[in-house]
Each structure stands twice: as structure tokens, then as C-alpha cells.
Design a protein around this ligand. Structure first.
Ligand code: AMP
Ligand code: ZN
Length: 118
């Protein structure tokens, strides 16, 4: 069923506590944890507890939870004290854009000069 945990999904396993992660924030609908291969001094992933393959699938099926992910990304930035200097929220979508884990997630990057991308 849409949103149900997937047995072969790494991030579902993190939600269920079956794979360890350095969790920095949790809400009823989201979990935020440090990326294992950080690309910036602050590099945190914010994921919904429900399983959808990417941001669009999540936003289409459960828009309130997609909004929770975005709000939590901002809360992470504030907690990590990168909100004043600036941060980037990234949703890699599809293999050609670098998506490797097909459970929707926002990257929150900050703490260094982030080159303008677009
Ligand atoms: P993406 O490439 O956008 O799908 O992002 C997946 C991210 O998950 C990458 O930045 C990985 O470094 C990160 N990652 C993979 N495995 C883990 C893990 N066990 N704990 C934390 N982050 C992970
Ligand atoms: Zn999943």
C-alpha cells in the first residue's frame, strides 16, 4: 500500500531503528539524521516516516507530510545554526540527478560557502 514500509529500503530501516543513524530531530511524521558521507559541515537528511520513492510522489500523496519535511529542513538549519549564513535544501530526483536512495529525502547543506547552482 502507498506509504507502507518497504523491506528493501535503507531509510525505512532507519525509521524503524533497524539501521543506526545519528538522529538530530524527530517528529511524528519525520526523522532527521546526519548524512554518512557529508558534503558540507552541516549535512542532514530529513525524511518522512512514510515510504515514497521521491519528493513528488510524497507531495502528491501526502502533501501535509511533504510540508512537514520542508518545515523540518528549516528547523534543522536553525538548530545547526546555519540559518543566518544560508543553507540549501536539495531533493535529488531520479538517477540522472544523483538519487541513490529511493525513499524521499531532503538534503540540508550549510556551514560553508555553497556555490550558486542555478
Ligand atoms: P541521494 O543520493 O540524494 O539519494 O542521497 C542519499 C544520501 O544518503 C547520500 O548522501 C548518502 O551519503 C546517504 N546515506 C547512505 N546511507 C546512509 C546511512 N546509512 N546513513 C546516513 N546517510 C546515508
Ligand atoms: Zn523507505
Amino acid at each position: 500500500m502507498a506509504g507502507e514500509p518497504q523491506a528493501d529500503c535503507l531509510f525505512c530501516k532507519i525509521v524503524q531503528g533497524e539501521v543506526p543513524a545519528t538522529v538530530v530531530r524527530e517528529t511524528r511524521t519525520t526523522v532527521a539524521f546526519r548524512d554518512i558521507n557529508p558534503q558540507a559541515p552541516t549535512h542532514v537528511l530529513v525524511i518522512p516516516r512514510v515510504h515514497y520513492s521521491d519528493a513528488l510522489s510524497l507531495a502528491s500523496a501526502e502533501p501535509a507530510v511533504a510540508a512537514d519535511v520542508l518545515r523540518e529542513a528549516g528547523e534543522v538549519a536553525a538548530q545547526e545554526k546555519v540559518d543566518a549564513t544560508g543553507y540549501r535544501i536539495v531533493f535529488n530526483t531520479g538517477p540522472g540527478a544523483g538519487q541513490t536512495v529511493f525513499h524521499a529525502h531532503a538534503h540540508v547543506l550549510g556551514g560553508r560557502d555553497l556555490q550558486r547552482l542555478v
